[in-house]
Design a protein around this ligand. Structure first.
Ligand code: GLN
Ligand code: ZN
Length: 760
């Protein structure tokens, strides 16, 4: 059997985020379009050369590179430019392309949403019934430039028609056929041009084939691929799936394509079972996604070898490709630039470059066990074992605390309706109490002073004094505005996960471990590598200081366990659920500390609760059960009269109301202003009986909402929310807003709440 190492996608941001700098440089007119295009080309070719130098057999793909987002690349390639943008047909210029991505004067951007269960967000294409055309073929351009300038025959990659259609909006069951009829010839033309230019393989990514599909959808997929094989009999398509096992394997593994790529990391169980049951078609190449493309851990090459051999033993493919489980865009570029990490940890890490090296080592080792480089197999085991034995993973205190947990730790002793009365007695809040979500503007000054402190230009006491002053100033502002429950403003926090990670045991931080979240925005997720333990108070000092300045209640403010987990890279030697439990226990101690310091309202934010949902609906329940439990473990430590709040950003309340209710949080604030009507509708059908604040204005916009506008929203909500559960708050935290806007908007919000109280 022939074995080849190949990659299915590489990060485009560059070792030092050069890509981001060029992109933002172009947006800010620091570089011209020509320079921008040249630099991007240099990066594209550089990435290919680099991967070849790392040892890949089949130097990988072109088309994994983008100026903003690959779904947007395809939409514009097909001329799918919504009417609200300037577009006269033909090739889409950069200003229209970026207007769709980011909005422009007078036109809003296209919607952005999460790419399957990752933290990457893509641009949602909109179909408006227009006629489609092939406005360019950037894949052909990329293929040709690699061939001409580097002499490489690459494998162009494209998001397949089924996934593209599934993620596009603007059609319904009546118009989908018409949409596909317009789209298919364009795909076919693109592929034909690639084949004519010498492409030997085309990688067609269809991650949507791992979702639960209806029978109609399966038939549609069959029809799409039948057409490809009929129209392009000589094109070799590698149908690439990832993130889960292939759905309807028996039918879909027999599509008329030359190769099929399966994820043997995240879809291991299901794909193995399918292979065992139905075998693998002998006429196809099997892509074995064996190196995890979603985590940052070094692979145990001995273990991976036996897995690949087990797969090869059951499939009769005459060629297999050893590849990552999905594109490596979800991991940072290289660990080489990390200088501050402890060596045991660093040795056990593997970012994109290291993963490519692993692919090539694994391939050499499986092909020839006597290969001279075979010591890399034992080295990988040594590194993993060393981390396993590290004291950070053997924390006796954490182990003891976990072993003492019983059902009572996961439940508040009194039911909500009784707690509410007690809380009201203590808190003495007016009807329709007003509050905010936690953060206040992180002004240029706040950022400047933090930077100065990080660079040791000012002392810690000086920095703390500045933060204290800022909080004091905002306590006064909040009192003047007339808010009922105040916050300290979160000025000390850069990021809601990093802030806690830095204070808890078990977390590590990279200098350069960036991954794209959307567009040019990159995030640097913390690494949870050891047992998570609470050793110091994290938030008490700031909140207590703030509380001293006012007679109103100041809310304590924490990031929840599920959000901390979902926004970090997590250790893989224990289940995510276990890690979540450790984080919850640590936060529970912080909640307790806040309460003991006299804080009577504590908010535990869980904006990422929904993000952790598995792709397959049948797996939702098990995730939600432990996710809800971890939240309850965090919060149920308080007295009945202490009020627990939680906050979620937009979360499609409709199919989520049960788990949200199960959190048993006394008050929930939720982002709604972009979907207010929908939410009111869903609350009509499913009564929600705990405290709830439907965000009354959109904090993503600088616009100041009028009193009338907010009043009318509040009146609508009155139909579905009882007076004794009704809270009034903005949509989300205010850290990205300007002070003026914030004050004006909150004044109007408080005014509107007053009118409601006076029943005007
Ligand atoms: N408390 C956080 C803030 O106000 C919540 C942020 C969020 O929901 N993402 O910024
Ligand atoms: Zn939010």
């Amino acid at each position: 059997m022939k074995l080849i190492s190949t990659s299915i996608g590489y990060p485009y941001i560059g070792k030092n985020r050069e890509w981001k700098r060029y992109l933002e440089g172009y947006w800010n007119n620091r570089i011209s379009e020509d320079e921008f295009r040249q630099e991007m080309k240099r990066m594209r070719l550089g990435n290919l050369k680099h991967q070849q130098a790392l040892g890949l057999d089949f130097v990988t793909v072109v088309g994994d590179f983008t100026f903003y987002d690959r779904m947007l690349d395809l939409a514009t390639m097909f001329g799918m430019v919504p009417n609200r943008y300037e577009y006269a047909g033909g090739s889409v210029n950069l200003s229209t392309y970026f207007a769709m991505a980011r909005g422009a004067k007078g036109v809003v951007a296209c919607e952005m949403t999460k790419w399957f269960n990752t933290n990457y967000h893509y641009i949602v294409p909109e179909y408006e019934g227009e006629s489609l055309q092939l406005t360019n073929n950037y894949l052909l351009d990329y293929f040709t430039e690699a061939k001409e300038e580097l002499g490489l025959i690459t494998k162009p990659t494209i998001i397949g028609p089924f996934t593209f259609v599934k993620l596009t909006k603007g059609y319904d069951s009546k118009t989908i056929a018409e949409f596909l009829l317009k789209l298919m010839p364009l795909y076919i033309k693109t592929f034909r041009q690639l084949c004519d230019a010498g492409a030997e393989w085309i990688q067609v990514e269809e991650p949507a084939l791992v979702l639960s599909l209806t029978n109609d959808e399966v038939q549609l997929v069959k029809e799409i691929y039948r057409q490809f094989s009929e129209q392009l009999p000589s094109a070799r398509i590698m149908l690439q799936t990832y993130f889960e096992g292939l759905f309807a394997y028996e039918e879909l593994s027999n599509l008329p394509v030359a190769g099929l790529g399966l994820d043997f990391v995240h879809g291991e169980e299901e794909n193995m079972a399918s292979l065992q049951m139905h075998g693998f078609p002998a006429d196809k190449v099997l892509g074995i996604g064996i190196i995890n493309g979603r985590d940052i851990w070094r692979a145990n090459l001995a273990e991976k070898t036996s897995k690949v051999e087990a797969i090869m033993a059951i499939c009769s493919a005459n060629e297999v490709w050893i590849q990552s489980s999905c594109s490596l865009q979800h991991v940072p570029v290289t660990k080489q630039s990390e200088n501050k990490l402890e060596s045991t940890l660093k040795e056990a890490l593997s970012f994109a470059d290291e993963k490519i090296i692993e692919l090539s080592q694994l391939t050499s080792y499986i092909s020839d066990k006597h290969w001279s480089g075979n010591k890399c197999v034992s080295e990988s085991m040594t590194a993993i074992e060393a981390l396993a034995l590290d004291k950070a993973r053997k924390n006796k205190q954490v182990e003891d605390l976990i072993s003492q947990l019983g059902p009572a730790h996961f439940k508040r002793p009194m039911i909500y309706s009784n707690r509410r009365q007690l809380q009201q007695k203590v808190l003495q809040l007016p009807d329709y109490p007003t509050t905010t979500i936690g953060s206040f503007p992180q002004s240029a000054e706040v950022k400047k002073i933090r930077k100065a402190w990080r660079n040791n230009e000012i002392t810690t006491p000086e920095y703390k004094q500045f933060l204290r002053n800022e909080t004091a100033r905002w306590i006064e502002i909040q009192e003047d505005i007339g808010l009922d429950v105040l916050v300290h403003g979160e000025f000390e926090r850069t990021d809601m996960v990093e802030f806690f990670g830095e204070k808890l045991e078990g977390f590590a931080f990279t200098d350069n471990g960036w991954v794209v979240s959307y567009g040019s925005r990159c995030v640097k997720p913390p690494i949870i590598y050891g047992d998570v333990e609470w050793t110091v108070e994290m938030t008490v000092e700031e909140v207590v200081e703030a509380q001293k300045l006012t007679n109103k209640h100041v809310k304590g403010m924490l990031t929840g366990p599920v959000t901390i987990l979902n926004w970090s890279f997590t250790r893989d030697d224990i289940a995510r659920e276990q890690v979540a439990k450790q984080i919850a226990l640590a936060l529970r101690q912080e909640v307790k500390a806040l309460e003991e310091a006299g804080i009577s309202i504590i908010q535990v934010d869980e904006p990422a609760l929904r993000e952790g949902l598995p792709l397959r609906k049948e797996k939702w329940d098990s995730y939600l059960t432990w996710a809800v439990d971890t939240f309850k473990l965090t919060t149920s430590v308080v007295k009945n009269q202490t009020q627990i709040h939680t906050h979620m950003c937009y979360c499609e309340f409709n199919d989520f109301i049960e788990p949200i209710r199960a959190l048993d949080a006394d008050v929930l604030s939720i982002e709604t202003s972009r979907s207010h009507g929908e939410l009111i509708q869903s609350l009509k059908h499913n009564r929600y009986d705990l405290g709830i604040g439907l965000g009354v204005y959109d904090i993503h916009s600088p616009r100041v909402p009028s009193v009338e506008e907010i009043t009318s929203i509040l009146h609508d909500s009155k139909a579905v929310i009882a007076k004794d559960q009704f809270w009034v708050n903005p949509d989300c935290g205010l850290k990205t807003r300007k002070e003026e806007e914030t004050v004006a908007s909150l004044q109007n919000m408080v005014q509107a709440a007053k009118r409601l109280r006076e029943n005007k």
